[in-house]
Design a protein around this ligand. Structure first.
Ligand SMILES: C[S@@+](CC[C@H](N)C(=O)[O-])C[C@H]1O[C@@H](n2cnc3c(N)ncnc32)[C@H](O)[C@@H]1O
Length: 345
């Protein structure tokens, strides 16, 4: 059949090609990790100089930076010479809200995406298909990848501290347990801004190994206990506040329900739980959490949730969603006990 009479929607063709682009996310991540932006802090440099200092192949760096400049990340000020743009500036390590570590290029994650057709068919994450073990077991055995993931979370936490702390009255808590708190970046920032608050950080042993340095750098090590352990086991009891920050999206409903039950069992009847994570908006509204939702599925089998979904999960664990406070990044969900703790596996 001739296609001559079919209208050619060129904007749609261009938009689809743009959306299907493989290059931008991977090139951006590689160049961010390489530290190109740091070398351009004092002004534009020829690509040969950049390549020389970074120990990379100059013609390839040229083609990569040219592709990113076409996206507004870096600018080619004269042929073969590149400078920073507003999008490239936060990629510097020295930027106060540096995003240099926020976009790691993690081969293990890419390998999981290679199984996406299978994930679509079955709903199962690709990560175990690619690596033979689940995401968390893999990270525990791969210190280098685990450290890059932790630096990514530390970087994201600089943004979250700026946007989340002003949105909620954390100062009401004398003691806070950060459950799955990573290396302590968020808790350290919270304690530093609340000099009378005490903290307890719970995460897996290989993750909290790095916490003493993070807490010491914030000057709060003497007010924070570090507890290596799993949030599927009993948690430190009786604190005023419990935090679960960007933890539940990493788990399916059964596992997330178990974590919430462990938190409920540790809470006093007047304790509060504060969930800090993205809440999915309804309908077609764009929210980056809708993209993370699929990425999370590929990696861990977890999901991001709407507030209704979250309410059901909380109710099943003997908890009650009190209110949702949106911020410029993630939302803050205040949660109280709803009744006696419900024991789940
Ligand atoms: C997405 S990160 C969030 C870290 C931190 N709350 C933040 O926002 O920076 C999820 C965290 O859950 C931790 N985690 C995964 N499985 C765990 C388990 N069984 N027990 C305790 N922590 C666990 C990971 O080590 C990781 O630090």
């Amino acid at each position: 059949m001739s296609t001559e009479r079919i209208p050619l929607d060129l904007p749609a063709v261009a938009k689809l090609a743009d959306l299907a682009d493989y290059v931008t996310p991977l090139a951006l991540r590689a160049v961010a990790e390489l530290g190109v932006a740091d070398l351009l802090a004092d002004g534009p440099l020829p690509v040969d100089t950049l390549a020389d200092r970074l120990g990379v192949h100059a013609p390839t760096l040229l083609r990569t930076l040219r592709a990113l400049a076409a996206r507004g990340v870096f600018t080619e000020v004269e042929p073969g010479t590149f400078g920073l743009t507003p999008l490239a500036r936060p990629l510097r390590a020295a930027h106060p809200l540096s995003l240099r570590d926020a976009y790691p290029l993690l081969p293990a994650d890419l390998q999981a995406w290679a199984y996406f057709a299978e994930t679509l068919r079955t709903g199962e994450p690709g990560f175990p298909l690619a690596h033979g073990v689940d995401y968390w077991t893999y990270l525990a055995a791969e210190p280098e990848q685990s450290a890059r993931t932790d630096r990514w979370m530390q970087s994201v936490n600089r943004l979250h501290l700026r946007t989340v702390l002003p949105a909620y009255a954390f100062a009401r808590f004398g003691t806070v347990v950060d459950v799955g708190g990573g290396t302590g970046a968020f808790l350290a920032g919270l304690l530093a801004r609340n000099p009378r608050m005490r903290g307890v950080l719970v995460d897996l042993p290989h993750v909290v190994d790095a916490a003493p340095d993070v807490l010491a750098a914030a000057g709060v090590a003497d007010r924070c206990q570090v507890v290596p352990g799993s949030f599927f086991e009993a948690l430190p009891g009786g604190a005023d506040g419990y935090l679960l920050k960007t933890v539940l999206p990493g788990f399916d409903d059964d596992a997330a329900g178990s974590i919430l039950s462990r938190v409920r069992e540790a809470m006093r009847d007047d304790s509060l739980l504060v969930l800090i994570e993205a809440v999915l908006p309804p309908g077609d509204a764009f929210d980056v959490a809708k993209l993370f939702d699929v990425h999370t599925l590929v990696l861990t089998g977890g999901c991001h949730r709407t507030s209704e979904h979250m309410e059901r999960l909380l109710t099943d664990a003997g908890l009650r969603l009190v209110r949702v406070i949106p911020t410029a990044t993630v939302s803050v969900l205040e949660v109280s006990p709803a009744g006696p703790a419900v024991r789940r596996s």
